[in-house]
Design a protein around this ligand. Structure first.
Ligand code: F6P
Length: 382
């Protein structure tokens, strides 16, 4: 049994990180008699002059409902370089970090993060250092787990925003556009669009056409609804074009909502407004589901370490937390199936995805065939 373990948080924050930290500390100390050290600012805290804090039952008391992470986080650091889109892990910082962990008396790590952070965690495992990963992203786009914590809170926030935009859209007869997060996948836009009664949902998996957007706005007008609500994922793109970035040269997506607003005003006689929800989706208190999932992930991660597992990530599968190899966690992104049940349900209730031919998906121009699932024979899909 390990005498002392370390825990760190990496990548963008997500509501529920503190719930995981609290559960790790309570399980490690209370159930297994291990000590816990919090490593600050992701892996950077174990380089050079190390930054750590002793985690006790007292120090994690009261953090369950708190947003952010008490340990701090970093998006990019010294451990990974991007070489032509491929992550490369230089030897030097990992060697130094493992030596520092030894000096600190930390015998194993629990690493909370998305694909980037978990990719670094895997390098520690490959060099013989015991690691268990905990998946984290509000985008919910890691294939190995049904849900990541933070996602449900983000949907709640986006849904409330849509509810609020609804009343102002209706009062002014406007087209309101809400831009939400979702770099590679449209899960937040899809779920919030359904829960918040959007009329049009634009996601990266279904490139959109302005013809189709205009048709939807006009058909609503013809039926007496003089306003339209659109939710757009930041990674959504017009057919034949690529995603939009905030500044050329950076990897920060942004601007598609305003692009849609300008085109709608140009192509219709409607006034349009755009709201970018941004980091409001990541800040603040986690909802009950994310507190519960984070707590379960945290306790299960410690149990996995204590039973000798390493190089694994905890994951939710069929409602139960299991462990899967870390490399599975890092390599495969879960995207919305364009003929999946939720997309079908949305279409059935009249929501448009602004694809050129809404009713004949397989023929639709611009839809990448990789995102058409093999599940179409299921009765609920037919
Ligand atoms: O990965 C989660 C995410 O929320 C993405 O949807 C978004 O593009 C990104 O984080 C933004 O993160 P940051 O502003 O921290 O770079």
């Amino acid at each position: 049994m390990y005498k002392q373990i370390g825990i760190l948080t990496g990548g963008g924050d997500a509501p529920g990180l503190n719930a995981v930290i609290r559960a790790v500390v309570r399980t490690a100390i209370g159930e297994f008699g291990m000590k816990c050290v919090g490593i600050e600012d992701s892996f950077e805290g174990i380089l050079g002059e190390t930054h750590t804090q002793k985690l006790t039952l007292k120090s994690v008391s009261g953090i369950l409902p708190r947003g952010g992470t008490i340990l701090g986080t970093r998006n990019r650091g010294s451990f990974v370089k991007n070489v032509n889109g491929v992550p490369v892990y230089p030897e030097m910082p990992i060697g130094e970090a493992i030596a520092n962990l030894d000096i600190l008396g930390i015998e194993a790590l629990i690493v909370l993060g998305g694909e980037g952070t978990l990719g670094i965690a895997e390098q520690f495992h490959k060099r013989g250092f015991p690691v268990i990963g905990v998946p984290k992203t509000i985008d919910n786009d890691l294939a190995a787990t049904e849900f990541t914590f933070g996602f449900m809170t983000a949907i709640d926030i986006a849904t409330e925003a849509l509810d609020r935009l609804h009343t102002t859209a209706a009062s002014h007869d406007r087209v309101m556009i809400l831009e939400v997060m979702g770099r590679n996948a449209g899960w937040i836009a899809l779920h919030a669009g359904l829960a918040g009664s959007a009329d049009i949902i634009l996601i990266p998996e279904i490139p959109f056409s302005f013809d189709s957007i205009v048709r939807k706005v006009q058909s609503r007008e013809a039926q007496g609804s003089r306003f339209t609500n659109i939710v757009v994922a930041e990674g959504a793109m017009e057919i034949g074009k690529s995603e939009l970035y905030q500044d050329p040269g950076t990897q920060r997506l942004g601007g598609v909502g305003d692009y849609v607003r300008r085109k709608v005003e140009e192509l219709t006689d409607k006034e349009a407004r755009c709201v970018v929800l941004g980091h409001l989706q990541r800040g603040g208190s986690p909802n009950a589901f994310d507190r519960m999932l984070g707590t379960n992930f945290g306790a299960c991660a410690v149990r996995a370490l204590a039973s000798g597992e390493t190089g694994k990530m905890v994951a939710l599968q069929a409602g139960t937390v299991v462990t899967v190899p870390l490399d599975q966690a890092c390599t495969s992104i879960k995207r919305v199936q364009v003929d999946g049940q939720l997309v079908r349900t949305a279409r059935d209730i009249g929501i448009s995805f602004a694809a050129p031919k809404e009713s004949r998906l397989a023929d639709a121009v611009g839809i990448d065939p990789r995102f058409i699932s093999a599940e179409t024979s299921h009765p609920l899909h037919s």
